[in-house]
Design a protein around this ligand. Structure first.
Ligand code: HEM
Length: 290
């Protein structure tokens, strides 16, 4: 768009915005700005549009430098400790491999899953490199981490979108999911009693929605941060969203790793071969219709 065209769009939008603010009775804009334009009058008008961004900026800077780091550190220590305790006190569930195994994951699902797993792991590692950049010396190491973060984000978006389409139907909430949540999927007991779950249980569904829809929000906020094409307030809001959602996603990612690598013996082989044992399906996915 050339300058003239831009001006033709900006002028009416600006007039309309000013009229709207005046109509809303904003005291700052209706007050006379003094004999001529001064820094104070510009600051007063600016605040009407952007809020008190300087104060908000101070809050943001202090969060960025301290609070977010602490939240990430808490997630990286507390979540593994809780699940380590679970492993020590309750232990893994193991199932017999007697009988013909049941087909659970097709080849495309497994391919997309491992692509998502690889790219997401890279996103977590490189994202944390940026968060803790100061402690690892900053410089080219962190900058290359940032570039890998961008490439991994693109690969993750494509693979997660594929998984979203493949799994959507099986991941829709069902009434029995409430029962599963109430008994915590039977994971607080050593007994092997059938739990209410279809192809996926409520816990797996929560991870699915977080990883796909949450992943989409991460991509959108991340893109805004990367392109820097938004007003400063919006960039800050996106940074806060990106950081807090990342902390939540990392917490659930650690849980997903624990469940699939330690809590259920042999779970990893189902994502490699596509098959699950009959006993595992009968107990952990008792409502799954083969
Ligand atoms: C290195 C990282 C990962 C490992 C080792 C891993 C492992 C596994 C395994 C073994 C399963 C089958 C579990 C079962 O049905 O018993 C599984 C399922 C699944 N994975 Fe992953 N995964 C990883 C990363 C991811 C990522 C990044 C996503 C995000 C899209 C993801 C999404 C899912 C979903 C939605 C399922 C089906 C539901 C569930 O079992 O939670 N995984 N994963």
């Amino acid at each position: 768009m050339n300058i003239k065209k831009k001006f033709r769009v900006i002028l009416p939008v600006g007039v309309l915005a000013l009229a709207a603010v005046a109509w809303a009775g904003s005291p700052q804009i209706l007050q006379p700005a003094g004999p001529g334009p001064s820094t104070a009058s510009f600051t007063a008008i600016n605040k009407v549009f952007t809020g008190d961004w300087q104060q908000y900026g101070q809050l943001f800077t202090s969060w960025q430098g301290g609070l977010f780091n602490r939240i990430f550190l808490l997630v990286l220590t507390i979540v593994p400790v809780v699940f380590l305790l679970h492993y020590i006190i309750i232990g893994a569930k193991s199932f017999s491999h007697a009988g013909t195994p049941i087909k659970f994951f097709g080849i495309l699902t497994r391919f997309l899953h491992w692509l998502a797993a690889l790219s997401f792991s890279l996103l977590v590692i490189t994202g944390l490199m940026v968060v803790f950049g100061k402690f690892i010396g900053g410089g080219p190491l962190v900058m290359s981490g940032r570039s890998i973060h961008l490439i991994a984000a693109i690969v993750f978006c494509l693979s997660a979108a594929g998984l979203f389409l493949i799994w959507l139907k099986d991941m829709l909430p069902m009434p029995h999911d409430i029962l599963w949540l109430l008994i915590m999927g039977g994971y607080l007991s050593k007994k092997k009693k059938p739990v209410p779950a279809g192809k996926f249980n409520a816990g797996q569904k929560v991870w699915f929605w977080l990883a796909t829809v949450g992943g989409g929000i991460m991509a959108w906020s991340g893109y805004t941060l990367y392109s820097f094409a938004a007003p400063v307030d919006q960039i800050r809001q996106m940074a806060i969203l990106h950081n807090l959602l990342a902390a939540g996603l990392i917490a659930f990612f650690i849980i997903h790793l624990y469940m699939s690598l330690f809590a259920v013996k042999g779970a990893i082989s189902s994502m490699l071969t596509g098959y699950k044992s009959r006993e595992e399906v009968a107990i952990l996915h008792s409502r799954y219709k083969i």
